[in-house]
Write a protein that binds this ligand. Sequence first.
Ligand SMILES: [Fe+2]
Length: 316
Amino acid sequence: MEKAEYTPIIIESLIFGKNSDYPLYLKSGENFILYRSKALIFSQSDALRLKNNGINNLYIESKDKEKYDNDILEHIDSIVKSPHLNFEEKAVKIYMYSKIYAEYVITTGNLKDNQEIIKKSIETTVEYLLMSEFAFMNLLNLSSYDYNEVGHGMNVSIYAMALANRLGFSNKISLYEIGLSGLTHDIGKLKIPKELLSKNGLSEKEVEEIRKHPIYSKDILTVNRIDNINIIDGVLEHHEASDGTGYPSGKTEEDISTYGKIIIITNRFDSLTRNRPYKVKLNVEDALNLMEQNSELYNTAFLREFTLLMSKKMPA
Ligand SMILES: [Fe+2]
């Protein structure tokens, strides 16, 4: 008999109260032990028990991956329309699923393996954002707890979709493209040594290397067969500036794409308002004021709309 192959799955991704079509396994050393036979229900308390024992992953047989993916796709798709969840609960669920797969993409640079689920989670976020003007705030309240690279990617993605929507992008495909561009804009940092990214006092050569990350982001998207020019422009241009002082190309306002202009503003804003080594974190108002003072760096009409979008979140 051929030896079975196993694929790790994140516990949070399992759908509570549902009996799966496939068995779940635990890994012990080099061996895989049956944890749940198929058709047995997996509950939230099961998940908690595993977590309390320091277990984050279960395994499925690789041949069942397609069934598992289909379950997740179906589940994500049902969140927005679910009559059992209130508006805030929907945001929590959408954010949780988006985060699981965003984390995988941002930490591995692999979009191919979960392409359908990533697409579905961004599309679901778009659907949710379009439901009400309060949807954006609900998602932001959740994202403000995640101050790491994954949280940054998700924030920029959510800000960018909300800004694009405010600018009149009502086409769901465009909003999805902007969302994916925002999510993956910094993915090229995976190709830069970690020590360099958190180092204080960089040499000229090191700065030069770090400044290549938008090009590396494009390369990673290309390897993953994402060649949509809008998505590529967004990642490639996220550190450009309207006055030509940005990098990697020093493009000016006329040469920066619309997606680029959106990601430049949303990336800068999230960078200013999050915790980073050697940088002071600004509150929303101070960050917007600082950007306004340096408005030559941005498309000013887009910056104005972004300020209006964010001003709802400002303290009264
Ligand atoms: Fe960046």
